[in-house]
Design a protein around this ligand. Sequence first.
Ligand code: ZN
Ligand code: ZN
Length: 375
Amino acid sequence: MGIQRLAHNSPYSHHRGVKCSGDGGVLLRPADSWAGVLVDTGSTIVAVDAGPNPWHAEDTDYLLLTHAHLDHVASLDRYSRNGAKVLCPGDVRDDLGLVDSAVGVKKVKSMLYDVIVHPIPVEHTCSAYAYVLDLEECNVLVTGDWHVGPRTIDGEIKPLWKAVREVVGGEGVDVIVSEATRALVDAPELGGNERVFEYALSLHDPRDVLAFLQPTDLEIIDTAFRVASDLGLDVVVDSETDRKLKFLERRGDVEWEYDVADEPLVRSLYLTVSWEKARELAEAGLVEAVVGNWATVHHLRRRVGVKYAYVIPRSGHASRPEITRLITELEPSCLVFRHRSGDATRLERYYSRFVDEVRVWVGRGCRDESLELPP
Ligand SMILES: [Zn+2]
Ligand SMILES: [Zn+2]
């Protein structure tokens, strides 16, 4: 499939219900300067994600949200005020605290007039989805934030490319719109965890208890156990964590030794998977230091007044090898990058060896960019 580049200052304008993309093709455009993307079939305009200061909120029929991070939902109200129907899977809706205002897209597929939407769960630092938009003549994958990452505690999440293949089959994907936060970084995000534990433990008395919060990530749990055993610390978990670790052990993936206790022990590393338990420990002053993801640590510092807090360096964004794998597995004709500022040339230069057409839509300057998918 060939893709034509429209002029940068295309006189394109949209009127609801009127085909404007020339010969009936689908038009893709940035919806804001950050992460949002518009897919315009001529009859329907679907936006994926609501970054700050959207450019076309008043024309949009449907707004799909990938996850509840602020840089993806900042202009949600603006879209819904202008009549767009806001859609996201139930767990994203819960993260956002939306009740009636959002009607969930189904986990399998939903029909938005002439666009069939398939939400695909992806790994990030919260519940997150990518969407395959089936546009009759072509398939577009919009990822939002994603990485392949390790297995999660409640079950295996398929690598994105496998899940997408199951949806599109032999038809493949014509266009991938991906975030580009770590697109030029060579290592998947795993290396830093060990250092955080060692650093935190080195600053505290070995009799201290270190609370390790919300380790929903198997690689992080593994690292915690390894570091604890190197340092001769006992690992203590609460009963909920015990249940989840047993679940993993039953699958034969791992084997850990730990105590289950209501009260953390001296010289121990306390492992908890729930925010409530973590807060309880912190509020009771039972832990000296906390290690967690940035959101947990931020909340504990502000709401509970925890003094020593260390953040696991994990942003949940795809690195160069992960993005490269995605595009070599799915073989799109075009790759569009969003969710980054600057260095468009380096991205184009590197990724054009795998894809015919690479577009980097970053910053305010991309406002008039568009991509026409021929019928
Ligand atoms: Zn995010
Ligand atoms: Zn983001």
